[in-house]
Design a binder for this molecule. Structure first.
Ligand SMILES: NC(=O)c1ccc[n+]([C@@H]2O[C@H](COP(=O)([O-])OP(=O)(O)OC[C@H]3O[C@@H](n4cnc5c(N)ncnc54)[C@H](OP(=O)(O)O)[C@@H]3O)[C@@H](O)[C@H]2O)c1
Length: 325
């Protein structure tokens, strides 16, 4: 009780040493960012972040494979007054990703990059094994692409000595889910990369945030068949993420109850007991239709052209969007 009271007064949380960042970070709020790049913008969390940022004076670069979803989102963002660029590409084309984001940053200095694109897979109940192709794809999308995106904008941010890079990890990156080994590993990897980058950029004007969401309602979580304790909507999640980004939090982790339980488990339980508690949360992950052999008609998967971006959307139908940024 006394500990809880003291913790509340001091703003301490079980992951406080992570979530509050340095005193310097907490001391000042980020100035209003003008140019924001979001990868995986066509999905639940990415779309809600785009809508939350959409405002007059803002420039948004929205990146994903599904052109149709991006265009629908772009119209809503431009209705809110934002200037919107669409980048239809597969982040697995890592050289094109780097080239495109670098070119975008050269033209429109990026204030905030949100490396959000992500996919899941799990073990097959019959074999207890993951499909090796799916597992490899996970590393390409969840880890390699996030690093490529960050490295594309870093030279510009370093030259300007300002900017913020946000990585979407997961609570599964803090405590691995037994039925999703590769997903958990990629999320732990991206969190480790973010922490290393944060240390490397210490003392510069560039900030790094790693986001650890619990269950968030989206197409991804709908394929997660199993208990999803304390699931929240993508709108609520995006509000929490946005608040953390604005406050330049090093770590943005929620819901706090799960964060606390994970901390307790990692601190006090021997690994085997911890594994036993995790067995209460079995999951089966349904296949992602956007990667199925039979193409989803709703998807317009394209590999980016050499110059990268395919258009700019400001209340214009897709057919009239000019090429380039
Ligand atoms: N939902 C949750 O419960 C939860 C929990 C913890 C962490 N997260 C993390 O939060 C992030 C967003 O998840 P979400 O729930 O919003 O998932 P989602 O609705 O499935 O969205 C995933 C996004 O990633 C994009 N994407 C996937 N593969 C891509 C590729 N090869 N190239 C380009 N873009 C690609 C998708 O766009 P296209 O299909 O159009 O390419 C989509 O915009 C992910 O990193 C996820 O791991 C989610």
């Amino acid at each position: 009780m006394a500990l809880g009271l003291a913790a509340g007064v001091l703003g301490w949380t079980p992951f406080g040493y992570l979530s509050k960042g340095t005193a310097r970070e907490g001391d000042h709020m980020a100035k209003q960012p003008q140019t924001i790049v979001i990868t995986g913008a066509s999905g639940g969390i990415g779309s809600e972040l785009a809508l939350a940022y959409a405002a007059p004076g803002r420039r948004l670069a929205l990146l994903a494979r599904n052109r149709h979803k991006l265009e629908t989102l772009a119209l809503r963002c431009s209705d809110a007054g934002a200037h919107v660029h669409l980048i239809t590409m597969d982040v697995r084309d890592r050289l094109a990703l780097r080239r495109t984001l670098k070119a975008f940053d050269d033209q429109y200095p990026v204030d905030v990059l949100i490396a959000n694109a992500g996919i899941t897979c799990g073990v097959a109940p019959s074999t207890g094994l993951e499909d090796p192709e799916e597992a490899h794809r996970l590393t390409e999308v969840n880890y390699t692409a996030a690093v490529e995106a960050a490295e594309a904008v870093l030279p510009g941010m370093r030259a300007r000595n300002c900017g913020q890079i946000v990585f979407l990890s997961s609570l599964a990156g803090l405590r691995a889910l037994p039925d999703m080994p590769s997903y958990s590993a990629t999320k732990a990897a991206v969190a480790a990369y973010g922490a290393a980058l944060r240390g490397q950029l210490r003392g510069t004007g560039i900030h790094v945030s790693v986001v650890f969401p619990g269950f968030v309602t989206s197409a991804m979580s709908q394929r997660h068949q199993g208990p999803k304790p304390l699931e929240i909507s993508a709108v609520r999640a995006s509000k929490k993420i946005l608040k953390g980004i604005q406050r330049r939090r090093s770590v943005i982790a929620f819901p706090k109850i799960l964060v606390g339980l994970i901390w307790l488990q990692k601190t006090f339980l021997i690994p085997r007991l911890s594994d036993w508690t995790m067995s209460w949360f079995p999951a089966r992950i349904d296949p992602d239709p956007s990667y199925s052999a039979v193409p989803d008609p709703d998807q317009a998967h394209k590999t980016v052209k050499p110059q990268g971006a395919e258009g700019e959307a400001n209340k214009k139908p897709a057919s009239t969007m000019p090429a380039g940024f």
